[in-house]
Design a protein. Structure first.
Length: 288
């Protein structure tokens, strides 16, 4: 699943080595495109979370900090937001991008599965695609409970089934046409670890969470953000996914052929104003 994770959202412990080095740099190089692409789901997550002024919130897997900044704007100066990510490079960038405009916002580099967070406990935890990569999700969620006040609310966005996330499967289909990619292991750490909502409900229950409620979000992903051309979208996809490393190892000719095929696929889904748009499905999860 390392090969499929880099486009699928934010990051945590199982990819610590990747995100401390090359993969963190890949995300950072494409951070504006990632944030523009994921913004509609992030907004839906925060709207559903109904964040109130003055709340103290952890943003798990904050990446470049866009969600953290949006949360900080909602809690106001009387609240507090801690953006948490395992990538040192992304935390440095998130701090720089926030600047002095968000006095309630701080960033912390650590593994969410074990880190003791500064100024804990918090009132809430929010995560846009930052919770699917734990090696032991029950243990990680149990630990995160210790960093929250009793009765705290958990709001997560996680990817739904692969078959309903055409934006990802289109890329992987092209890659698999050119190189061998091992099949994904169901429920293994990775973008689709929580595609089975009954499995996810069980994990949260085992970790001590109750009142689990799940909404079904469906829409389109603008590959690389709105307005990208098929060529730009293909460059983004192959420049940001860890699978591109394997394509590179197969040689320049293989990479060029795969890129040309992907651009052709994207051209079939391109709108000059909206960009390249493909279907996506996510679960918006709330628990206490």
């Amino acid at each position: 699943m390392r090969r499929e994770a880099a486009m699928a959202g934010d990051k945590t412990s199982v990819f610590a080595d990747d995100w401390s080095g090359e993969m963190g740099q890949r995300w950072l190089r494409n951070v504006d495109h990632f944030e523009a692409m994921l913004e509609p789901i992030g907004t839906a997550l925060l709207d559903r979370a109904a964040i109130a002024p003055g709340e103290r919130i952890v943003d798990l897997g904050c990446g470049g900090g866009a969600t953290s900044r949006a949360i900080a704007a909602r809690v106001g100066a009387q609240g507090a937001v801690l953006g948490l990510d395992i990538s040192p490079d992304l935390i440095v960038a998130a701090r720089a991008r926030a600047g002095a405009d968000f006095p309630a916002l701080r960033f912390f580099c650590g593994d969410a599965a074990s880190a003791i967070l500064p100024a804990a406990p918090y009132d809430r935890l929010v995560s846009r695609f930052g919770s699917m990569f734990f090696a032991d999700p029950v243990a990680a969620f149990r630990h995160l409970r210790t960093q929250l006040v009793p009765g705290a609310r958990f709001d997560l966005a996680v990817w739904g089934p692969p078959r309903d996330n055409v934006w990802m499967m289109a890329v992987m289909g092209v890659i698999r046409a050119h190189i061998e990619v091992p099949p994904a292991t169901p429920r293994a750490p990775g973008p689709f670890a929580f595609e089975d909502i009954d499995y996810l409900r069980g994990l949260l229950a085992d970790a001590g969470f109750v009142r689990v409620d799940i909404d079904d979000w469906r829409g389109d992903q603008a590959i690389g953000g709105p307005g990208r051309t098929p060529a730009e979208a293909a460059d983004f996809a192959l420049g940001s996914m860890s699978a591109a490393r394997v394509l590179s190892e197969a040689g320049a000719d293989v990479m060029a052929a795969a890129r040309a095929d992907l651009e052709r696929v994207y051209a079939e889904h391109h709108d000059p104003e909206a960009g390249v748009r493909l279907g996506a499905r996510a679960w918006l999860v709330t628990a206490a």
